[in-house]
Design a protein around this ligand. Structure first.
Ligand code: PLP
Length: 402
């Protein structure tokens, strides 16, 4: 007799909430009507298409009846070679395509695979605050816990003295994310070298999540090009933002063979390879000329100007030098980010992300996305201006020089 036995979710799910955007975007959708849709400046979901040759490659490959079967767990060799060439062309880092590159179904799955491959129950990881919530969630899935370190919106992005004060006895992974989301902070070679030296000193695996490396960043640097990186570092890359291919789920992890083999043990038990036409299209994407990135960044720059007008209306201050798909801005003292975001959502029908979603250090900040065309951003601005007319005056905004 098993009638009283209840079916419960595994303990590992207990510490993990549904992803903020999964909940909030459902609320945004429910609020939207066909006549009056909410303008979404909340997420980094590129609205522009990939290079045309990428779509052509996919379509052409999909017509081939031989292209619909399972594929190698570690990607086809031609994709790994294209990734290795791309890494060399963009960053001057040349991994061995046979055993130092692992294509991924987006870099987010890499965060989980790396966590499952390297963490044991009771281990700890260091994650940036504010920061991408997936690092801590993946650690919890692996039975580990996350400790935070601060990413500053001014001055040095990471305070090494603060980092050195942390007890790292149980820490196994140091997650870094440059260019950093949500602050848009970039790290120069010195900052990366210092973080690397810290990881080596404390015997940590340092993983740089480089998803935004090619957006609004004049000097993309791979952590793996720094002396001493090869023994302790991995790097995640993605086509989601740089090539407008977020829905395609294409990324990769690169680093030393032993690490890649450990990750493959997890990955090969979770999925069964990637759709061949998508891999062939990724090869086409990786061949995009530099002019592609120049054109893309020009578009984002003009959008940024419009987004800053909105931030000005909201009385925010922000750093002018930010990489990535967002502008990260500080609200006037005493204004709650979550309350303001809801007021703007329900009052002006514009969705912006509250900074506290990214950690306690994000409290009092908001993150506005560049993933909407200039006219839509301008429309969001006029909705907010109209909504604000009925509100008490706020302080004037001041953009800060970096
Ligand atoms: C910092 C950061 N890393 C990784 C990702 C995941 O990107 P993807 O899985 O699409 O490659 C995102 C997505 O928004 C992100 O913001």
């Amino acid at each position: 007799m098993h009638l009283n036995k209840t079916i419960t979710a595994a303990r590992r799910t207990a510490g993990i909430d549904e992803y903020y955007f999964s909940r909030k975007l459902a609320e945004v959708r429910a609020l939207s009507t066909a006549q009056n849709p909410v303008i979404n400046l909340g997420i980094g979901n590129p609205d522009l298409p990939p290079p045309p040759e990428v779509v052509d490659a996919l379509v052409q490959a999909a017509h081939n009846p031989q292209h619909h079967g399972y594929q190698p767990y570690n990607g086809i060799p031609a994709l790994r070679q294209a990734i290795a060439r791309f890494m060399y062309r963009m960053y001057g880092y040349q991994p061995d395509a046979d055993n130092m590159v692992l294509p991924l179904i987006g870099s987010k799955e890499g965060i989980v695979h790396i966590s499952l491959a390297f963490l044991n129950e009771g281990d700890e990881v260091l994650v940036p605050d504010p920061g991408y919530p997936a690092y801590a969630a993946a650690a919890r899935l692996a039975g580990a816990t996350a400790k935070t370190y601060t990413v500053n919106s001014h001055g040095a992005p990471v305070n090494l003295d603060e980092l050195r004060c942390l007890d790292t006895c149980k820490v196994k992974i140091l997650w870094v994310n440059f260019p950093h989301m949500p602050t848009g902070r970039m790290a120069d070679r010195q900052m990366l070298s210092d973080l690397l030296a810290f990881a080596r000193e404390r015997n940590l695996l340092i993983v740089n999540d480089s998803a935004y490396a090619l957006i609004g960043n004049a000097d993309p640097i791979s952590l793996l090009t720094l002396p001493g990186a090869s023994e302790v570092a991995l790097e995640l890359h993605s086509l989601s933002k740089s090539h407008n291919m977020a829905g395609w789920r294409l990324g990769w992890v690169t680093g030393k063979q032993l690490f890649i083999e450990s990750i493959l043990k997890i990955k090969s038990n979770m999925d069964s390879g990637m759709f061949l036409p998508a891999q062939l299209a990724a090869i086409a994407a990786l061949g995009a000329e530099r002019s592609w990135f120049v054109g893309l960044n020009q578009i984002y720059n003009s959008r940024k100007e419009q987004v800053c007008k909105i931030l000005q209306l909201l009385g925010c201050t922000w750093q002018t030098e930010q990489a990535g798909l967002f502008v990260w801005a500080k609200l006037p003292e005493g204004v709650s980010d979550t309350a303001l975001v809801d007021e703007v959502l329900y009052g002006a029908r514009v969705f912006i992300t509250p900074g506290s979603v990214f950690g306690v250090n994000g409290k009092g900040y908001i993150r506005a996305s560049l993933c909407a065309d200039v006219d839509k951003i301008a429309e969001a601005g006029s909705r907010i201006a109209t909504w604000k007319q009925g509100k008490p005056q706020q302080k004037e905004a001041v953009p800060l020089k970096s």
